[in-house]
Design a protein around this ligand. Structure first.
Ligand code: ADP
Length: 400
């Protein structure tokens, strides 16, 4: 079975093709083909990169229309040096990452008109993501006709959270309005939780796992018996941890203050909290953890404050997740920062030594998933490379 996976964002699209006809479906196989579109660098143009069959191409195309860009990208599957298929008819199913599934979709689903209408209806809850996801679905419909398409939701894994964890303590009307904690990064949290159980040779149903997805966006999940019972992102992906350019949780009174005293509009607050805060805002340097650490090590006090605040917030929220779990078997790090920063692993875990969590002294990054806890640690700590595309492909396989 050949599964095309599409992760369509507002300014970039990533895609890959898995062939599940051969080999062990339990292991993570290399995709046959991988491609990306990036609209951020050159006005009026798109950067297309693709690799397949041992070849890689990089092109800049004069295309602004997202659907046309997708067509050019998918074409590299069947044409040119990266060709891996005789024709697009070989694709059996397309899996889409869809950010918001609201309360309706708590599992992956085959896409039909009803599902598309729901994704559209949920646009106010995910204005930066759901429109792009829907565009991706419609573009692939144009290219592949009535080939089955599957939506895999980033919110779905958190949909079984206890009501008390999902509820914001505003007026009761919020409950009916759907103003609640949805949580995001669910595909990643679910994948790394299952992988943790596999690496520990344990049944996921028996484990209490704290998963830390630390990329440009950052979130934690408390995974108890395979179910997300708490998470730090909320109604939107702005809640919780400090992130690359997002503030995470701040006193809502600050927003009222800025509106009253400085006349901020909703759009200005949106930009301030989503684009001009976090590592970027505090350091004044960059939203990239590597640059912040470099500046901090060079003695830059703003970068130092940004790093220290990032760690403080991370530890504080980790403590909250441990309380929601009522115990702790493993702490797991994933995504760009989580997979690559021994400094963050050490700093994040240090206050939890009293729970019996001890890391090895020889910490280094690895391309492989690894256990970074010392032999005598009561709690394991794992670094797992998240495989969201593979998780989407598996969801398609399970559904069809
Ligand atoms: P996204 O959420 O956009 O998918 P990623 O998961 O790729 O983001 O994570 C991006 C973050 O990972 C950036 O802050 C980047 O600095 C960080 N990162 C990547 N490599 C390293 C590294 N070697 N050390 C520390 N941070 C890293």
């Amino acid at each position: 079975m050949k599964i095309l996976v599409l992760n369509a964002g507002s300014s970039s699209h990533k895609s890959c093709l898995f062939d599940l006809s051969q080999g062990d479906v339990g292991a993570v196989p290399q995709p046959l083909w991988r491609a990306a579109l990036d609209w951020t660098h050159q006005p009026g143009k798109v950067e297309l990169s693709a690799s397949g069959g041992g070849e890689t191409i990089q092109q800049v195309l004069p295309i602004t229309d997202k659907a046309k860009g997708l067509k050019a990208m998918v074409n590299t599957l069947v044409d040119g040096p990266t060709q891996v298929l005789e024709g697009l008819a070989a694709i059996d199913v397309v899996g889409h990452r869809v950010v918001h599934g609201g309360r309706e979709y708590i599992d992956s689903v085959r896409i039909d008109d009803r599902v598309k209408a729901a994704i559209e209806r949920l646009i106010p809850l995910a204005p930066a993501h759901n429109p792009a996801n829907l565009q991706g679905i419609e573009a692939l419909e144009d290219i592949l006709g009535d080939r089955p398409q599957v939506a895999v939701f980033d919110t779905a894994f958190h949909a079984r959270m206890p009501e008390a964890a999902a509820t914001y303590p505003g007026p009761h009307a919020w409950v009916e309005q759907g103003i609640r904690r949805y949580g995001f990064h669910g595909i990643s949290h679910q994948y790394v939780a299952q992988r943790t159980a596999d690496m520990m040779n344990c049944d996921l149903a028996e484990l209490k796992i704290l998963t830390c997805h630390l990329g440009n966006g950052c979130s934690l999940a408390a995974v108890k018996g395979g179910i997300s019972v708490d998470t730090t992102m909320g109604f939107t992906p702005l809640d919780g941890l400090m992130m690359g350019s997002r503030s995470g949780s701040v006193d809502p009174g600050i927003l009222i203050y800025l509106m009253r005293q400085e006349g901020y509009s909703a759009d200005q607050l949106d930009r301030l909290l989503n684009k001009e805060s976090g590592l970027q805002g505090l350091s004044g340097q960059s939203n990239d953890m590597r640059s912040v650490v470099e500046a901090m090590e060079g003695g830059n006090p703003q970068a130092q404050l940004a790093f220290d605040t990032f760690i403080h917030r991370l530890r504080r929220e980790m403590g909250g997740m441990v309380a929601s779990l009522g115990g702790l078997d493993a702490v797991v790090f994933t995504a760009g920062i989580g997979e690559n920063s021994p400094l963050v692993w050490q700093q994040a875990c240090a206050p939890f030594e009293f729970l019996g969590l001890r890391l090895r002294s020889d910490l280094t990054r690895s391309k492989e998933d690894q256990d970074i806890a010392s032999d005598n640690s009561r709690v394991r700590s794992l670094v797992i490379h998240t495989q969201e595309e593979w998780a989407i492909a598996q969801a398609c396989l399970a559904l069809l």
